[in-house]
Ligand binder design. Sequence first.
Ligand code: PLP
Length: 385
Amino acid sequence: MIPGFTSTGSKHPAALFGAGGDAPERMVRAEGCAVWDMKGRRYIDTTMALGAVSLGYGHPVVSAAVRKAVDDGTVGPLPPVLEAEVADRLGATNPIMESVRFFKTGAEAVAAAVRIARVEAGRDRIVTSGYQGWLDTFSDAVGVPAAVRGGRQSVPFNDVAALETAMGHGEPTAAIVVEPVVDGPPHEAWIAALNDARARTGALIVLDEIKTGLRLGPAGARRRYGFDADLVVMGKALGNGFPIAAVGGAEALMRAVTRTWISSTLATEFVSLAAADAVLRVYDREDVSGHIAAVGQRFSDGLVEIAAAHSSVIRSVKGIAEFCYLECATESVSTRLGAGCAARGVIFKRNAYNFMSLAHSEETVDDVLQVVGGVVAALAKEEAE
Ligand SMILES: Cc1ncc(COP(=O)(O)O)c(C=O)c1O
């Protein structure tokens, strides 16, 4: 009934476990970092809804705020007070977000950031690096018109030479849209080249912090690594599972939004704004990113040990402490790793990021590593036979 099985590609069984077997396909409930599938089986999860959840599933503060928003009627003819309050909170959390617009999805928000940059710069072309979502603005997929694709040039992450070539032809560029972390941290030379291209050409830097926002600290990857960002895009952790994303920047720059048309019927419903408000309150009160960094370090150190002990089947550990994965030697090893972990009660993403959260304790991490290590050891043995 659903072509392609699901509307979120990365949740397809093939993406998680490879084809076949008795791996879980659909779920019915989640709590903390545990999920229950349609057969009632319980799993520890390290995907955290593709990083959309950083406080844990069903966090009580978020759930209570959302219940109140539902009781308050959800939406109406006027923009809610909460919209301005959450914008204020975001600005206090991440000072670059002086002025903010809200959206429902990450891709929508990054597309809006590009529109704002184009209006401000009076230029069309964009240079991108990393993943920005499925929309035409960022995609080379079948069905995207060639004319749209032609307005964008993509450069590999951390590839300074490619960036310099892309920016060096004197083609006026509105924005360089970058993901701050792709399979590993940004190199200093990469950040310097981006910041230099911005200063030299007037292209704005749109920093896509959909995965890193909040998770890497209140001011995200921008602060940690030193990007001279003009616009920052947040999503995922901002709503802890509720659909909200935001674009923010200096007030004068964000005012460009009023010279074009960016608007969506449900951008200002109460529920997701209440979720974001609750998330920001929890981050204010607790050192969530500190916890995630600490358990993430334990998790990625454990994965590094597993990879080193079984280099015949695991090539490397990709990512950073807060989100990482095992790069398997072959597709077959990768699918058997995902399926093997699921058979032992752990949903461990086999070829893309596993995200730590406030709900992952050191003990949980150790339990997960025990399972992953056991499965990898068994795979290494099978491959040797
Ligand atoms: C860095 C980045 N940008 C944009 C997106 C798109 O967000 P969404 O899937 O909410 O549209 C994602 C989603 O994974 C992402 O990781």
